[in-house]
Design a protein around this ligand. Structure first.
Ligand code: NAI
Length: 396
């Protein structure tokens, strides 16, 4: 079947299997092109990645596997193809990751299911016991719209403000017009729901389950990803419902360290990047396009893989990872540099429908967007019929 992108505002409902393979291969090639830091005492060897199929989790898995030679187990929630519809991109990415890992002699197994559930935790523990004995690193990179907790209650997350409505410029992704968007404040139960889904409760549940089953090495490392961003987006992000959840996640790192002193729990605050999760946040895509332009001009722009390679290389695997006063690793350091943000703000104030193509990196936004779904690679022949029913070696 010939596969074309079908875009609905911030989501693409198709994915290209060959393109997703290219997306993964390029990330692997980038990791391989980076020199391994010499003399490092601690490199992870058995890494569990929760949320391993797209965005930051996929980049983390590729960095652990191809950068450190680690065996990986990846957890994800993706849909295979039914023969008529394509699979989700995370499905094809994972198939590609496993194939490449196999060629490189790296252990890679994947579990497709709801990471919030007890069943998936048990399945993961059984697999670790059987194949590894113990894991030495756990990366928590979930971004989900809802979660059913262990009592069977389903919580839904919201992308809203807390307190009062917030009105800002935004870009209509269908036609690149600059519009004004108002985001309404969340009801209390929506704040609670977002904290339940995107906060740290499930991260703690995972660590507890792994410890109780005795499948974590002493001194194991666990890291979860957070975001803060500039003042411009505080009302919708850091002070919004998602920010409340991130504060909860950040506190959970402390809770894990207190409850399990031999687990090194860390937060890494990452850079704003176009991923399936972040493209859905109102106002934020215009910020991405402006930021991309400014950071590319300053030669400090990074994608998920560059962020994760720098995280592993410069920060996470150091004996004493450099952190801010709140104990967080800051991978948003370059995004938040004063000269970057003052330029972003200058552009933000000027940007209109007429000048947005010149002032913001709209092309860069869409390039990242299409790539996530396996489209827009010049070396993939999109005119060709492709097999869409692709299996993942460890699942089929
Ligand atoms: P993403 O949407 O690309 O990845 C989400 C991953 O979670 C996928 O592998 C998906 O299969 C998995 N997943 C979702 N629900 C699941 C479930 N119920 N069970 C099992 N797996 C499930 O998202 P992205 O952006 O990579 O986000 C990962 C983390 O990084 C999130 O915590 C996010 O807040 C954080 N982050 C993202 C930033 C961004 O700009 N994209 C910036 C800083 C932090």
């Amino acid at each position: 079947m010939k596969v074309e992108p079908k875009i609905r505002e911030f989501i693409c409902t198709t994915a290209h299997p060959e393109g997703c393979r290219e997306y993964v291969r390029r990330q692997i090639a980038y990791v391989r092109s980076q020199e391994r830091k010499k003399g490092r005492k601690q490199e992870p060897k058995k890494v569990l990645v929760i949320g391993a199929s797209t965005g930051y989790g996929l980049a983390s898995r590729i960095t652990a596997g191809f950068g450190c030679g680690a065996a990986t187990i990846g957890i994800m929630f993706e849909k295979p193809s039914n023969g008529k519809r394509t699979a989700t991109p995370g499905w094809y990415n994972t198939a590609a990751y496993e194939e490449e890992a196999q060629k490189a002699g790296l252990y890679a197994k994947s579990i497709n299911g709801d990471a919030f559930s007890k069943a998936v935790k048990e399945e993961t523990i059984a697999l670790i016991k059987r194949d590894w004995g113990k894991a030495d690193m756990v990366i928590y990179s979930l971004a989900a719209p809802r979660r059913t907790d262990t009592q069977g209650k389903t919580w839904v997350s919201a992308l809203k403000t807390t307190g009062k409505p917030f009105t800002e410029k935004s870009m209509d992704l269908r036609n690149h017009t600059i519009v004004t968007k108002t985001v309404e404040p969340a009801a209390e139960e929506e704040v609670e729901g977002t904290k339940k889904v995107m906060g740290g409760e499930d991260w703690l549940d995972w660590i507890k389950a792994l410890k109780v089953a005795d499948v974590l090495e002493d001194n194991a490392l666990t890291v979860a990803y957070s975001y803060i961003g500039p003042r411009l987006t505080y009302p919708i992000y850091y002070d919004g419902t998602i920010g409340q959840a991130k504060r909860h996640l950040e506190k959970t790192a402390r809770v894990i360290r207190e409850e399990f002193p031999d687990v090194r729990a860390l937060i890494s605050v990452n850079k704003a990047l176009v991923t399936q999760a972040s493209a859905a946040i109102p106002i934020v895509p215009l910020y991405f396009a402006v930021l991309y332009g400014v950071m590319k001009e300053a030669h400090t722009h990074e994608g998920c893989i560059e962020q994760m390679v720098r995280l592993f290389r410069e920060k996470l695997l150091e004996e004493n990872p450099p952190t801010d006063e709140a104990g967080r690793i800051r991978m948003d350091d370059w995004e938040l540099e004063e000269h970057i943000q003052s330029r972003v703000w200058e552009i933000w104030e000027q940007v209109t429908t007429e000048n947005v193509e010149n002032l913001a990196d709209i092309q860069g936004y869409w390039e990242d967007f299409y790539h996530m779904f396996g489209f827009g690679f010049e070396n993939v022949d999109y005119e060709k019929d492709v097999e869409i029913e692709i299996g993942i070696p460890s699942i089929n």
